[in-house]
Ligand binder design. Structure first.
Ligand code: MG
Ligand code: ZN
Length: 267
């Protein structure tokens, strides 16, 4: 029996700039908000990120942006064939896939459904979103102001300590291996929760790599760096013991997948 069929793996992904080749919060404001993109940049130091998104969506709503506009825009967000291939392969090998993101439930659900990969994930842990009775999208903090602060000393945002949520997933079952994939500062805390048999897949040259290199003693897991979806696919295939055919090496660094829902709506 190949080892991959007897190994129980948990694979947890950040979403923006990890699964997708964009930041969904910026994507929506840049595509639909015009001058609001600058406001988003200007206010980022002043207003907590989740609250800022909620305020920007209020402004978009007041300018007549509808749920359908948001959906249409989100469905065009770049998701590569390589990343989708990696996800399908991991799932077919029996891995449990989860998303741990500082985006929100509406953005992530819409994008996963557009690429017909929503069924691959067991859990999506992120800021809750809903449309109010006037059709405005509301985003709330995952770790709300009604709760005591999570108190994590790591560089975690006050609305979400990803390490704490990853720990709950780790503790929920006996895993042979846990893999965490991310790119940013708030992906450092979850990276420190893994053990020596586990793997951190850190996007190269971004803030997670910087954190890991500043505090190497805090990460017990093996750290593998990937620079684009193609190299991520190759690394993931090697972890899962998948033999890579030579033809894939001639692919460009990443290939944009075609979202099914977008194609349908364009007909
Ligand atoms: Mg990210
Ligand atoms: Zn934390």
């Amino acid at each position: 029996m190949p080892s991959s069929t007897i190994t129980k793996r948990l694979v947890v992904f950040d979403f923006d700039w990890t699964l997708i080749e964009a930041d969904s919060d910026y994507w929506v404001v840049e595509k639909l908000g015009g001058d609001l993109a600058q406001a988003q940049q200007d206010l980022v130091q002043e207003v907590q990120w989740t609250d800022l998104q909620d305020q920007l969506l209020r402004e978009l709503h007041s300018r007549g942006i509808t749920r359908q506009d948001l959906e249409k825009t989100l469905r065009k967000i770049p998701f590569t064939i390589e990343m989708i291939t990696a996800l399908r392969m991991m799932k077919s090998q029996g891995a449990e896939l989860c998303i741990l993101s500082d985006a929100n439930t509406f953005y992530i659900d819409t994008i996963l459904k557009a690429y017909e990969i929503d069924q691959l994930f067991t859990k999506v842990i992120t800021n809750p979103a809903h449309f109010d009775d006037r059709g405005r999208l509301r985003i709330e903090r995952f770790h709300g102001l009604d709760k005591d602060p999570h108190g994590c000393p790591m560089p975690c945002h006050e609305n979400l300590c990803k390490g704490r949520e990853l720990q709950k997933l780790i503790d929920s079952q006996l895993w042979d291996q846990v893999i965490y994939m991310g790119d940013s500062t708030n992906d450092f805390c979850p990276s420190t929760r893994l053990h020596s048999k586990d793997v951190v897949l850190a996007r190269a040259n971004l803030l997670l790599e910087k954190e890991i290199k500043q505090h190497p003693e805090m990460v017990k897991a093996e750290v593998l760096y990937w620079s684009n979806p193609k190299s991520a696919l190759q690394i993931i295939q090697s972890i899962f013991g998948i033999v890579v055919s030579r033809t894939t090496t001639s692919l460009p660094s990443a290939t944009q997948a075609k979202p099914q829902a977008y194609l349908t709506s364009a007909l």
